[in-house]
Design a protein around this ligand. Sequence first.
Ligand SMILES: *[C@@H]1O[C@H](CO)[C@@H](O)[C@H](O)[C@H]1NC(C)=O
Length: 312
Amino acid sequence: MIRNNQTVISQFLLLGLPTSPEQQHLFYALFLAMYLTTIMGNFIIIIFILLDSHLHTPMYMFLGNLSFSDLCFSSVTIPMMLQNMKSQDTSISYPGCLTQMYFYMVFANLENFLLMVMAYDRYVAICFPLRYTSIMSPILCVSLVFMSWVICMLSSLLHTLLVVKLSFCEDNIIPHFFCDISALLMLACSDIHINELLIFYLGGTSIVIPFFLIVVSYTQIVWSILSVSSTRAIHKVFSTCGSHLSVVSLFYGTIIGLYLSPSANSSTVKKTAMTMMYTLVTSMLNPFIYSLRNRDMKEALIRILYKKKISL
Ligand SMILES: *[C@@H]1O[C@H](CO)[C@@H](O)[C@H](O)[C@H]1NC(C)=O
């Protein structure tokens, strides 16, 4: 290994959100409220799914996992960002920065894979309703969730290990509210060619493949509805898939907005705002989209409250 006379960076400074000091309090209150809503909403969903045996179906197991992933995804960045908004010291240690980067990638990716698994589940439920329980066996469900976790952890580990190999020079200011991999790469003073290639190909495929499979699943679903062509069937399909479809559009809408917006006019401010949207807003809205539009969830609430009453 070549050692040159670079200063070894032991910490980074996070610049945080590009807000003016007067706006700081407003944004602090807004993001705190959004974060607390995210935690509460997703926590309630997980509790419902664990407590109510009627919700022990593959679809709700996957939803529980999505909520768990949402909880973790927002908790990786938002609490630290809120703390940094209040304090003068916004430094983060080198290991802390890499850890945050790793978990951010794990949960961002996991969200992708879980949405794909959920689309497959809906596809089987609608296109093969009679064989649904035999196809979506407990073993298959557990393996799908397990595989998603393993793939996300391994690919994020690979990205992180390649960042560990980089050397950083004088500049340690990250113009972002968390340790984002692309922001870190810009600070590196060694060759980042391999890292960029890996992000492009591995990161690209882990977004494009799930997205593609989701589109395929929904195309199949739409085909099967059109072949039945009874208004009642169509209504039934939209009531089961509508909420899933809204989550998918929200999630990929923000990703596509983030990465496909023309880079010439996408300022740091705009990028940060979009990332914020992607980390906080989607995680916050997921539980509402599922529970407000969903009769099973409302019935579960009634059953849980009713049980409480009886036991009291
Ligand atoms: C996640 O999915 C697995 C496998 O389907 C399931 O056993 C587990 O209960 C789920 N977790 C939550 C929090 O719903």
